[in-house]
Design a binder for this molecule. Sequence first.
Ligand code: HMG
Ligand code: MG
Length: 308
Amino acid sequence: MSAAAAPSVRLVEVGARDGLQNEALTLSPQIRVQLLRRLAGAGLRTLEAGAFVSPRWVPQMAGSGEVFKALPTLADVTWTALVPNRQGLEAALAAGCREVAVFAAASEAFSQKNINCSIAQSLQRFQEVMVLAREAGVKVRGYVSCVMGCPFSGYVSPEAVAAVSAALYGMGCYEISLGDTIGAGTPAATRRLIEACRQVVPVNALAGHFHDTYGMAVANILAALEADVRVFDSSVAGLGGCPYSPGATGNVATEDVLYLLDGLGIEHGVDLDALVDIGEFINAELGRTTASRVARAMLGKRHARELN
Ligand code: HMG
Ligand code: MG
């Protein structure tokens, strides 16, 4: 990869969904809307705004309908939502959502724990979602979880991930986001994963979704960039964790990805300073400190300037 050959990357901001769904405090729809509006204002163009899942399973995402109804329509911004089944899609459509994501796993154990069905059953449900979404003119993204291992069953082979990716792409998902749910991946494993998946899904339809549990997420993004992946999911302030994975942290912090891309001379269109401010806003709401190394460094610099 060279900067000239890779002038731009598209970021999918998942903080308001993947991040907040794993925080101990549940934020009101109003605060979530404020967060999303500010993130869009900072230049992010694709933002996961909620999940139409059972509030009994994920209470943090209750009120996603209210969030969608309150979000402004902006010409170049896409607000997206997770839907696990027909019921979720219908609720998303009723709230005005114009893009959704279905989520499968490459591990049977995780599929059962996360959505209470087998991988095959989930793919069957998604077929129905695809048909209805197509009729409604709504785009569908596909997630595959546990691409670098499962918190319950351990090793997951790249071939297993490729098989689920191919099924989702085959049924019409326009992009497949490869989720390192437990953040256990390394650059070498990332290379093997992309190599297996690009055999069955065009590489320009693959996205990287790295959690940062072992501190490898930025390195994994670099490995994926070198393997021609150009879409990455990230969370402001590295929000989140994983309830099934003790010690797991959230998604890679958007600020850390921006700093990496700036260093590589790759366009992203996002204001890093604004992201640091937004991170401070949401951290204050949650009573937490940032998980972004870059935000911590930039805040430290700002603080030092204020003292001088
Ligand atoms: P179930 O209990 O098997 O569902 O849950 P059911 O069809 O038997 O229905 C049971 C009840 O749930 C019924 O309500 C339904 O109406 C309701 P009741 O009659 O008992 O009052 N229900 C729903 N409610 C709201 N929205 C819906 C819905 N569907 C049924 N869409 C279900 C199955 C899929 C619903 C449940 O397991 C669930 O909601 N799971 C969501 C889990 C989740 O959101 N996990 C986090 C997202 S995945 C992730 O984070 C990974 C990712 O980031 C990538 C990565 O990092 O790897 C994407
Ligand atoms: Mg995730």
